[in-house]
Write a protein that binds this ligand. Structure first.
Ligand code: GAR
Length: 220
């Protein structure tokens, strides 16, 4: 009976993707292991039809739709298309998992504090406009830093500027290049903290205090 109550209240998650979709896969795998507590992935939205992430959604039996950025001249039109793709799906949480298009203010406003992004650095370092994908790791390596990492955070109008939920540090090793570092950051940090942050959200365990968050409870 209790199980049913939890199931019926489960939050509906939409995952937005643009590329390989390894973070989507990490979410699907976590869901299959029962680690997304009180949430389920019900929809995948891809910003381009070449994204391998679409294949991952298809294999997992998750409904998906391509809303191609290129098909819309103005960002307002793209936002409207995204909102219409989400309509009637009862989406409680949007997860940007390697989604490389910019979300406009109407989407952000409608889903205020309900959009989580994964970024491949320790915010506030190496983030903001122009820092995405491998470019982040190129800049990190050029800086000479010995540590980098990943950040799961809420999305607001400032690129990579919303409240941080979880972060994990990853060492930079001698001889690293962008590919090696990107993979280490994904494997050691992104694929771990993104499913955890999503589960915490679905369990209503994230309290937003200004531009900071507090995690309710101790075990996570
Ligand atoms: C991931 O490293 C993700 O953190 C990054 O793009 C990659 C997508 O990989 N996102 C950003 O840079 C956003 N600013 P994936 O498609 O295999 O999940």
């Amino acid at each position: 009976m209790l199980m049913n109550t939890v199931e019926n209240n489960a939050k509906n998650i939409a995952v937005f993707v643009s590329g390989g979709g390894t973070n989507l896969q990490a979410l699907i795998d976590a869901q299959e292991r029962g680690e997304i507590k009180n949430g389920r992935i019900v929809f995948v939205l891809a910003s381009n039809d070449k994204a391998y992430a679409i294949e991952r959604a298809r294999k997992a039996g998750i409904e998906y739709q391509v809303v191609s950025r290129k098909a819309y001249a103005a960002s307002e039109e793209y936002d409207a298309a995204i909102l219409s793709a989400l309509e009637n799906r009862g989406i409680d949480l949007i997860v940007l998992a390697g989604f490389l298009s910019i979300l406009g203010p109407t989407v952000i406003e409608k889903y205020r504090n309900k959009i989580i992004n994964i970024h491949p650095s320790l915010i506030p370092l190496f983030c903001g406009d122009g820092f995405y994908g491998k470019k982040v790791h190129t800049a990190v390596l050029a800086s000479g830093m010995k540590v980098t990492g990943a950040t799961a955070h809420f999305v607001n109008e400032i690129t990579d500027g919303g409240a941080i939920i979880l972060q994990k540090a990853v060492p930079i090793e001698q001889g690293d290049n962008e590919d090696i570092l990107q993979y280490r950051v994904m494997r050691q940090a992104e694929w771990e903290i993104l499913p955890k942050a999503v589960s915490l959200f679905c369990e209503d365990r994230i309290r937003i205090v200004g531009n900071r968050t507090e995690i309710i409870g101790t075990s996570f």
